[in-house]
Design a protein around this ligand. Structure first.
Ligand code: BDR
Ligand code: CA
Length: 309
């Protein structure tokens, strides 16, 4: 299996990404670190512990990262994810403890101890990864690739042209992009190809386990907020798409393209400017996801849920 570290901000779709990473044998989840994003970093760390406990991933360390973005104030996503960051299910106290190290130190130590380069999957704001690269520039040699959920080839969701994860910390996304580490963007244009339809919810429920019941309830909650905000009751399951790309690259088709992060735009701060047609003449610096094999994606997700028992 591919060893990965998941840096996330659970968050309902991050929570499903944790389940997918634990349940699918093609990746080995070495750690979960959390960023400040959908909720404060205390809450996202608690939610990661809740999900690892639910998935019985008792040996996966969970550590909290930075409290806020590199610049400016944290913009939480409580409109989508609620007061806890994971509203819609009553969790018991998590059995998985909070790791004593800072998330960035945990990533650094795992990279140092690993005989092979590790893959980072980043499904929240990229603050922790930017911090890691600032503190330990040499760590990039130990990172095989970064696969992130973020941005969009077209429009955004939090501002007209800015996707949430990038908008929360554009400077961090810019640093990560400039690092030269192989980077794949799974943006809204591809994650919207994974809508949680009634049929998908039924398949999740039909798995018939405690975990599937909790997942269905969490996804029902998020669909209701998506419906209120964006008139989109079949809310897309963004973050697991980044895991899917690592599980089987053929699930998520990509093209190489030049990507830049807008840091200064009056109306477009946090936008991912993706030159799909090569009109700028800039050198491609990232893989950009364009197409999801939706049918196989759901099969893989349901299989992982089933495997969790
Ligand atoms: C991203 O924003 C967050 O709210 C989700 O967890 C996902 O990572 C989608 O724009
Ligand atoms: Ca997220």
């Amino acid at each position: 299996p591919t060893p990965i570290i998941l840096d996330c901000d659970p968050g309902h779709d991050d929570a499903m990404a944790i389940l997918l990473a634990v349940g699918d044998p093609r990746v080995e989840l070495k750690a979960v670190t959390t960023s400040a994003g959908n909720q404060t970093v205390e809450k996202t760390a608690l939610n990661a512990r809740r999900m690892c406990s639910l998935a019985k991933a008792f040996d996966v360390p969970v550590a909290a990262g930075y409290l806020k973005p590199l610049t400016g104030r944290l913009l939480i996503g409580d409109d989508v994810h609620g007061e806890t960051g994971l509203d819609g299910w009553d969790f018991p106290a998590p059995e998985v403890p909070l790791h004593s190290a800072h998330g960035v130190d945990l990533i650094h130590n795992l990279l140092a101890d690993s005989p092979e380069p590790l893959t980072l999957v980043v499904t929240g704001p990229q603050t922790n990864i930017a911090g890691l690269l600032a503190l330990h520039p040499q760590d990039k040699e130990k990172i095989k690739e970064i696969v992130c959920m973020g941005g969009a080839t077209h429009r955004g969701n939090t501002l007209p042209y800015s996707e949430y994860n990038i908008l929360v910390d554009p400077e961090a996304a810019h640093e990560v992009l400039s690092s030269g580490i192989p980077l794949t963007y799974c943006g809204l244009n591809v994650t919207h190809q994974a809508p949680v339809t009634r049929d998908v919810l039924q398949r999740i429920t039909d798995v018939g386990t405690h975990i599937s019941k909790a997942s269905a309830a969490l996804l029902e909650f998020r669909s209701s907020t998506y419906d209120q905000i964006w008139d989109l009751p079949d809310a897309p399951l963004h973050d697991p798409v980044a895991i899917a790309r690592v599980l089987d690259a053929s699930l998520v088709e990509c093209v190489e393209a030049p990507v830049s992060i807008e840091l200064h735009g009056e109306f477009t701060r946090g936008a991912t400017v993706i030159d799909l047609y090569g009109v700028t003449g800039r050198t491609p610096n990232a893989q950009v996801a364009t197409r999801l094999d939706t049918e196989r994606f759901w099969d893989v997700f349901i299989a992982a849920l089933t495997a969790l028992g």
